[in-house]
Write a protein that binds this ligand. Structure first.
Ligand SMILES: Nc1ncnc2c1ncn2[C@@H]1O[C@H](COP(=O)(O)OP(=O)(O)OP(=O)(O)O)[C@@H](O)[C@H]1O
Ligand SMILES: [Mg+2]
Ligand SMILES: [Zn+2]
Length: 510
């Protein structure tokens, strides 16, 4: 036998592709080549495969060995093909269970000592294998839990290459395994902020803004002096957002699997993510990047959840500009020399800012009017254009705090948000969006959807006087629909329109 084959899966973005791994022996000087558009990391795979085989007492055949990964046109990268390469190479000789080895999908990185190291992106890889009709998958033991989340997968976890060979009847020297490689939790991982809305004193308008933002998935801008509670409010948004649907949960878990930010043992991600990058964050940590196959950035980790830019004007302008693409299309496209990776990036943008660069409020502020304008102008254009709600967050005075009744708890608000979302899903069954925050202007302004004439009159007056642009009108309508959904009304009422006008009026340019 001089030909061996097995299966693996490669990822482009979070999309998996079945890869056939074949090895062929030919006469000639002993050599080991890998073909099929490999990048630099596949060259290293050669050395890992050679050393790992030796750790099992096996050696590369003393002939010309050529391993081929196909389809060749699919860009490949990373170390997850190691295991499949080792199996295919050994299958060029005698393997008792050859058919089983050929029909099983093998994923995992090999250590020089033959141990199997977990790899990122196991969930989308296994999902692809199952969808392609190959449910039998061997993964590193450190990935077993995540791989088992995929319905229909028949997953086997292995700590050492020798264990995998044993399954196919290949006798190897018994490896001495000290311990399976640990899954290193990513230091960048942050748990969701906890804290309840009941902790927030006063701030009635900002609380309403937060509830409306959650219910309609509207982008939100909180503006106010230091210590007013902007960060506190924003970090309570996850506590009132609805759970992810099954489909979204799989996508979000896949993204975090690739980013290395899954918490082992937590299963599928069910809660809406909350990503709060620091204002010193680099462009690639926000939109994604890195050498080889680019990794998802904060905008993708925030998919189906919240991207929170605290102290938003402090971010580099270049970084803020890169948010334009995901805000428009709901995804990020990262180009590399031989690969284009797409990652989903449909997030709810929440920004917080002081009104001026000095951060001191009131009479202590020494900033000139020009300085203040320039400061917030950094957010204008692509970002503020898409923000439906701009809400002032004033400092809570002691008197306000004293009279402020204990605020409502997150659970109560979350229940209203959930109902409002269900109404939107029903209404938007047949259109491409599912929340008010993404509703198209043409739909909002269609005669069938416009509020009753009486309710409209106030708005028309604002437009006629030039106080409201067409874009501003769309925002008011979007917000009014969310207010109606929260109230359980079939259509926005004059009151909803009035409140909606107030919620977006923080924006003088609308
Ligand atoms: N409305 C409020 N209710 C209860 N506590 C508050 C409120 N506002 C502020 N605080 C308290 O003040 C602290 C600072 O609030 P927070 O960090 O949210 O302010 P901020 O508006 O983000 O300020 P900065 O602009 O400096 O970031 C909070 O940790 C909280 O203890
Ligand atoms: Mg803050
Ligand atoms: Zn100032």
């Amino acid at each position: 036998m001089s030909h061996g084959r097995t299966l693996s899966v490669g990822l482009v973005g979070i999309e998996g592709h079945l890869v056939e791994v074949e090895a062929q022996l030919a006469s000639g000087l002993p050599a080991f080549r890998i073909v099929g558009l490999p990048d630099a990391s596949l060259a290293e795979a050669r050395e890992r495969v050679r050393a790992a085989l030796e750790s099992c007492g096996l050696t590369l055949p003393t002939r010309r060995v050529t391993a081929n990964l196909s389809p060749a046109a699919m860009p490949k990268s990373g170390s997850a093909f190691d295991l499949a390469l080792a199996i295919a190479v050994v299958a060029t000789g005698h393997i008792p269970q050859r058919a089983a080895a050929a029909d099983t999908v093998h994923l995992g990185e090999l250590g020089l000592d033959g141990r199997l190291h977990p790899v990122r992106g196991i969930l989308p890889m296994v999902a692809r294998a199952v969808a392609a009709g190959h449910p039998r998958v061997v993964v590193p033991i450190g990935n077993l839990e995540e791989a088992s989340l995929v319905p229909g997968a028949e997953v086997v976890g292995a700590a050492h290459l020798g264990e995998v060979f044993a399954r196919y009847g290949v006798r190897t020297i018994a490896p001495t395994i000290l311990a399976p490689p640990a899954v290193a939790p990513d230091p960048a991982h942050r748990a969701l902020p906890d804290g309840d809305l009941a902790d927030v004193v006063g701030q009635e308008e900002a609380r309403l803004a937060l509830e409306v933002a959650a219910a309609g998935a509207h982008h939100l801008f909180l503006k106010g002096p230091p210590g007013a509670g902007k960060t506190m409010l924003a970090s309570r948004l996850p506590s009132i957002l609805p759970e992810l649907s099954d489909r979204d949960a799989v996508t979000v878990t896949s993204v975090h699997s690739l980013a290395g930010t899954l918490v082992p043992g937590d299963g599928l991600v069910r809660r809406a993510p909350f990503e709060a990058p620091h204002h010193t964050a680099s462009r690639s940590s926000i939109v994604g990047g890195g050498s080889g196959v680019p990794r998802p950035g904060a905008v993708s980790k925030a998919h189906c959840g919240v991207l929170f830019l605290d102290e938003a004007p402090e971010f580099q302008v270049a970084v803020l500009q890169t948010l334009r693409q995901p805000l428009e299309s709901g995804e990020v496209v990262l180009h590399r020399a031989n690969a284009t990776a797409r990652y989903p990036a449909r997030f709810q943008l929440v920004m917080a800012a002081n009104p001026c660069p000095c951060g001191l409020s009131g009479s202590r502020c020494t900033c000139g009017g020009g300085e203040r304008r320039r400061y917030l102008a950094r957010l204008s254009g692509p970002l503020l254009d898409r923000v439906d709600i701009q809400v002032p967050v004033p400092r809570v005075t002691r008197a306000m705090a004293a009279i402020g009744a204990a605020g409502e708890q997150s659970a109560q608000v979350a229940a209203r948000v959930q109902l409002a979302r269900e109404r939107q899903h029903t209404r938007y069954r047949d259109v491409p969006w599912s929340v008010n925050g993404s509703a198209a202007g043409t739909w909002l302004r269609h005669p069938d959807q416009l509020p009753q004439a009486a309710a409209r009159r106030g708005l028309e007056k604002l437009v006629d006087r030039g106080d409201l642009t067409m874009r501003g009108l769309d925002r008011v309508l979007r917000l009014a629909w969310t207010l109606a959904d929260l109230a359980g009304d079939a259509r926005p009422t004059p009151t909803h329109l009035a409140i909606a006008t107030t919620l977006r009026m923080g924006d003088p340019h609308a």
